[in-house]
Design a protein around this ligand. Structure first.
Ligand code: DGY
Length: 326
């Protein structure tokens, strides 16, 4: 059996695969083009993909031996799941193992933007630290502020837990049924308009779907506080990037911490990067050694389980498992 792996991932996953199957590894730093991916995966039984690889029906039609697409990510908006299901291809992801690490990073962005960590730190090597300034780098208090969590799933809850150490009031929206268990005792479920209107910080934790694409646009920014800070560690296209840049530029909101952007990568010349109260990081919220190793191991286990006719730990379309290809 053979699995095509579209980028070098931690040994915890590659090693597992190497023990039992042949591995075709894409060694490039950049993602393979579609033709390169087709050449890499020709005749393979499975694909281990990254969020930068587009998997759709047209690709699978040219790879009829593929039975599993195991994504090295919890998000799977790069994969056309119905197209996979229609072809009997299992789609697997890596939830849970990155929850806490991603929440840490969302909170790191929140603190860094609120307290002007980027601008104040940059001022030191730039030689602008002349004295202690009563009016220099004034930010916003995090403790006691209101945090709006859009999407109270695994990562949203982990962010909520962290915020309790800062005595924050939590508002949240969620698509699911009213959570009887109440994720955090002090969290209040509200509609999006109320959340935007009342929050000092708005942190996005929704998957990218047809419903969430562009969900934070002009109307939403205008209903936020002028002192508000937006944090996005979910997916870039949930926010309208140009409208966000306008909102920041004209003071409609105060700041933003973005680990994801639209497009990715964000061009180095993009005007968002020139705004002092904006921190943009290159989609690294899950990037710790331990978490990336756990993601690699889970992605490998998912793929191997499908190929061995077992139930994979985290499958998005389990209905295909009984009728898997081959
Ligand atoms: C994911 O897993 O979806 C993240 O965006 C990368 O860890």
């Amino acid at each position: 059996m053979r699995i095509a792996v579209t980028r070098r991932i931690p040994e915890a996953g590659l090693g597992l695969l190497d023990e039992v199957v042949d591995v075709s590894l894409w060694e490039g730093v950049l993602p393979p083009s579609r033709e390169e991916l087709l050449a890499l995966a020709e005749g393979a039984d499975g694909l281990l993909t990254l969020l930068t690889d587009r998997v759709d029906g047209a690709l699978l039609d040219r790879l009829p031996t593929v039975r599993v697409v195991s994504n090295f990510a919890v998000g799977f908006d790069n994969i056309d799941v119905p197209a996979c299901t229609a072809r009997g291809v299992a789609v697997c992801i890596t939830p849970d193992v990155l929850t806490e690490t991603t929440a840490d990073f969302a909170f790191a962005l929140l603190l860094a933007v609120a307290r002007q960590v980027k601008e104040s730190a940059n001022s030191v090597p730039a030689g602008r630290w002349q004295t202690w300034e009563p009016l220099g780098f004034l930010g916003h208090d995090v403790f006691g502020a209101t945090l709006g969590i859009v999407g109270m799933g695994r990562i949203g809850r982990a962010v909520a837990r962290r915020s309790q150490g800062f005595d924050m009031r939590i508002l949240y929206t969620d698509r699911g049924e009213q959570a009887g268990e109440g994720p955090e005792p002090l969290a209040k479920r509200v509609d999006l308009d109320t959340l935007l209107r009342e929050s000092d910080f708005v942190s996005l934790h929704v998957p990218l779907t047809a419903e969430t694409r562009g969900m934070i646009g002009r109307r939403e920014f205008e209903s936020m506080k002028r002192s508000a800070i937006l944090i996005n560690t979910a997916r870039g296209p949930v926010v309208d990037t140009e409208v966000l840049a306008d909102a920041l530029d004209s003071g409609v909101i105060w700041g933003a911490g973005l680990d994801v952007t639209d497009p990715e990568p964000l061009p180095a010349t993009h005007r968002l990067l020139r705004l002092p109260q904006v921190i943009v990081t290159p989609h690294v919220a899950s990037a710790t050694e331990a978490t990336r190793a756990r993601m690699a191991e889970l992605a490998a286990r998912n793929a191997l389980a499908v190929l061995h006719g077992e139930t994979p730990p985290r499958c998005v379309n389990p209905e295909v498992l009984e009728h898997a290809r081959g």
